[in-house]
Design a protein around this ligand. Sequence first.
Ligand SMILES: Cc1cc2nc3c(=O)[nH]c(=O)nc-3n(C[C@H](O)[C@H](O)[C@H](O)COP(=O)(O)OP(=O)(O)OC[C@H]3O[C@@H](n4cnc5c(N)ncnc54)[C@H](O)[C@@H]3O)c2cc1C
Length: 388
Amino acid sequence: MITAGEGKKIAIVGAGLSGGVIGRELAEAGHHVEIFDRRPHIAGNCHTERDEQTGVMVHIYGPHIFHTDDAEVWNYVNRFQTFMPYKNRVKTTSNGQVYSLPINLHTINQFFGKSFRPDEARVFLETLADTSIEQPETFEEQALRFVGKDLYEAFFKGYTQKQWGCSPTELPASILKRLPVRFNYDDNYFFHHYQGMPENGYTDMIGHILDHPNITLHLETAFRRTQTDGFAHVFYSGPLDGYYDYQFGRLGYRTLDFERFTYDGDYQGCAVMNYGDESVPFTRITEHKHFSPWENHQGSVCYREFSRECGPQDTPYYPIRLVEEKELLSHYVALAEQEAHVTFVGRLGTYRYLDMDVTIREALDTARLYLFAEKADAAMPSFLHAPV
Ligand SMILES: Cc1cc2nc3c(=O)[nH]c(=O)nc-3n(C[C@H](O)[C@H](O)[C@H](O)COP(=O)(O)OP(=O)(O)OC[C@H]3O[C@@H](n4cnc5c(N)ncnc54)[C@H](O)[C@@H]3O)c2cc1C
């Protein structure tokens, strides 16, 4: 058994939320945790940085809004940071008009030039739905079945096409599980009970999580699978295919390019403006000072966001997870399941899109299972949640 003092020596790959939370839990339990990240900063994709010129807190890898129904996770993040009230209210520009998202009563009334009450709008929408589609199989069929052609083309078609780089006719219906419309004026994007923004940004919050005497941090240090010797266990939040040197090929991701620009004043009056038209090459513009509405800045930092296929040198953002990718994934999972001392965690380690609250929930559960397995002298699984 590999020990350091009283605790064991544990390696954690990735200083994002997954690695940070697992590291903290194990450090508090007395283990000696070494965290490796290939980037020069902590916080993974949640990294935030204050822009020197304007003072605006910038979400470097795209905007992150914290929302959850999980009270334990909410209490956990509030231990390390004050959360400020924040409601995500998204707008979209379609064909030269600005609308409110998710599609709500205001959107419907504005789009069709009506003044429907909720029940009237519900009946009206039923007349638009394409009821000839009995068993929707694709995203497009599902959307047409729910909202009809006009709303589909204005709010879903172009955006989805740009985001995923393929026609909505090639995407499964399951992406659009429920009717994406509200028959009231609620334009709060998320339904979750708790919602907020960390007062000093996510990097500061994760910095506090990592601030423990049993944690040693190695930045700008890539970790390879040849380095596991000397550690009682490894928690790996890097890309699963990368751990095995992409030997079966690369798992497909979408990446994002951010075209950053600054503005003197208020560029768009809101944090997120989507662009659904296919003729506009970007998916949205985010104006970062609006993610911190309790701050005041004259200058502004904005990102135009472009989505494209992820190449070997790009940052992987959204796992594609269509039939082909799942097939490839199953080969990597089979390899990973043979590991006795490595657990794959987080969005890259399990090749799933995970919101931050789910990431933290899974990280807490993973650390607890490890501590339990250790006591019971039981094996630690390679995955807590099966990726396939
Ligand atoms: C564009 C975008 C917007 C999002 N917005 C939201 C949102 O609004 N709300 C929300 O709840 N969630 C959001 N998310 C999800 C959120 O980003 C994730 O939940 C979170 O980043 C997952 O944390 P993680 O630690 O698993 O992964 P990451 O944050 O990706 O951390 C993994 C870390 O591992 C490091 N690493 C990888 N391989 C190695 C290696 N071999 N050696 C050393 N280090 C390595 C990487 O450098 C990285 O820092 C968004 C995601 C994206 C892509």
